[in-house]
Design a protein around this ligand. Structure first.
Ligand code: UTP
Length: 456
């Protein structure tokens, strides 16, 4: 039953949030219903707790190195590959593509997944991720399901994009597009902000919102029903992400892992990335800001950094782990200090020039410390990581396209091809080859790159 206005007013007053009804008298029926609907979704006790909470920063003396990273030359790789391939053939693996972020740094008008990124083809991020799954389906006889998480800001556009493209060749019934939740934004005193007289400022609740959203959307029930017990997490803004990588899946299953992580070598001790480390003995991802220089620079007896590996956002989760996280109501929320456009007390829209409030976000990676069994597998940065975060410069479309060219040039050279024009962009479609070995089988005996090259 809908809450009465009186009871809502009392609830708001008890939390010092009654100002959100400031413009009530000016609203028509639809506006009132809308605002009431939004307020009904907000747990004010939770909001007060999150605002008052502090995510404890890690103390340097609690941090120790994590030395069990499985290296790329690990002798167990062949067996892991065999087990992973078997799991793919049995349909035990699905992909979770998270695409609910707002993409503010990229500044693209549309879902980030619709951004054209193919170095030569100009294919979108969504298309590249989907085609990898189509190619895996051809190789293993079972196409991994795609769970795609969007948010309020881009859900409809994403659905339209995928439907318009006929799901890039994926069976439509194997694509589940679902929305993550929203969290209200607050000012520096913890007061709810209004975006319009009948609307709160709300933003996606961080990629940690995925656990609950998987449950609410029926994705977990579907996994259970279909016997899918490994979920491959990738982020939409990494065009080189290798979802459902069979060797990785094999390690994950062989070790009975709940939470597996890929790791890439840092370019230097102080690279601004999340580091794999132990905190009070448990594996975690520790932000570079929390690792003092003296620790970050420590090396072992071979001169190798003790904190050598960072997180490219490529995880594998077991079904029981996902179910346990979905049932949690106490996920830690981070307060991101941001410039948040909002209405002032007179109802005028303020476009702040400095951060003035907080967006509340949970991070999927924070749950790593909860996993009873985890593993970290080293992978090649060049082969799997080309993030598209900024409009230009570091981690931009330009750098991601250059990284594609670098990777595919290395495949062509390994297959005996010759590159005469090192400035030519190169792209290999996942539908042509998923890896260097497959390309070697397909490449003609004398293959030369003399200009932009696309192997479709
Ligand atoms: P980021 O936080 O790096 O990027 O998200 P963003 O939110 O897309 O862009 P900015 O920070 O506004 O510039 C990393 C991954 O997590 C997803 C993003 O879509 C991206 O794949 N994400 C982020 C969500 O799915 N939901 C969120 O609430 C936040």
């Amino acid at each position: 039953m809908a809450e009465s206005l009186e009871s809502l007013k009392a609830r708001l007053a008890a939390h010092g949030q009654e100002h959100v009804l400031r413009f009530w008298q000016e609203l028509d029926e639809a506006g009132r219903a809308r605002l009431l609907g939004e307020l009904a979704t907000i747990d004010l006790d939770w909001l007060a707790r999150v605002f008052a909470s502090r995510i404890e920063s890690v103390r340097p003396e609690e941090i120790t190195p994590y030395r069990e990273v499985i290296r790329e030359d690990d002798p167990g790789g062949a067996e892991a590959l065999r087990v992973g391939e078997e799991a793919l053939r049995a349909g035990r693996v699905a992909t979770l593509l998270v695409a609910g972020g707002q993409g503010t740094r990229l500044g693209f008008d549309g879902p980030k997944g619709a951004f054209p990124i193919g170095a030569v083809s100009g294919k979108t991020l969504y298309q590249l991720h989907a085609e990898r799954l189509v190619a895996l389906g051809r190789r293993y006889g079972r196409t991994p399901l795609l769970f795609l998480m969007t948010s309020d800001a881009n859900h409809e556009a994403t659905v339209a994009q995928l439907e318009g493209a006929r799901h890039y060749g994926l069976p439509p019934e194997d694509v589940l597009i679902f929305q993550q939740g929203l969290a209200p934004a607050v000012d520096e005193q913890g007061k709810l902000l209004l975006e319009a007289k009948d609307r709160l400022v709300r933003a996606p609740n961080g990629n940690g919102g995925l656990f609950k959203a998987l449950e609410d959307s029926g994705a977990l029930a579907r996994m259970r029903a279909l016997g899918i017990d490994a979920l491959s997490y990738i982020q939409v803004d990494n065009p080189l992400a290798q979802s459902c990588d069979p060797r990785y899946v094999g390690y994950h299953l062989l070790r009975g892992s709940d939470y597996s992580c890929k790791a890439i070598r840092k370019v230097g001790p102080k690279e601004r990335v999340g580091n794999y480390a132990r905190v009070r003995g448990r594996l975690q991802i520790v932000e570079y800001t929390e690792i003092p220089d003296a620790l970050a620079e420590q090396v072992d007896e071979h001169g190798e950094l003790l904190y050598l590996y960072s997180n490219p956002g490529l995880f594998l989760w077991s079904l029981p782990f996902l179910e346990a996280q979905a049932a949690r109501r106490d996920l830690p929320f981070h307060k991101a200090h941001k410039k948040i456009p909002h209405l002032d007390a007179e109802g005028r829209l303020v476009q702040p020039s400095a951060p003035c409030g907080y967006k509340l976000e949970a991070f999927a990676m924070d749950t790593l410390a909860d996993a009873e069994r985890s593993l970290v597998l080293a992978c090649s940065r060049d082969a799997e990581f080309a993030p598209v975060k900024n409009a230009s410069g570091v981690d931009s479309p330009e750098s991601a396209r250059a990284l594609q060219t670098k990777l595919y040039a290395s495949w062509i050279k390994a297959a005996g091809g010759v590159i005469y024009d090192p400035s030519a962009p190169i792209e290999v479609s996942p539908l042509h080859a998923l890896d260097a070995a497959e390309l070697r089988e397909r490449l003609p005996a004398r293959f030369e790159v003399r200009g932009p090259t696309y192997l479709a």
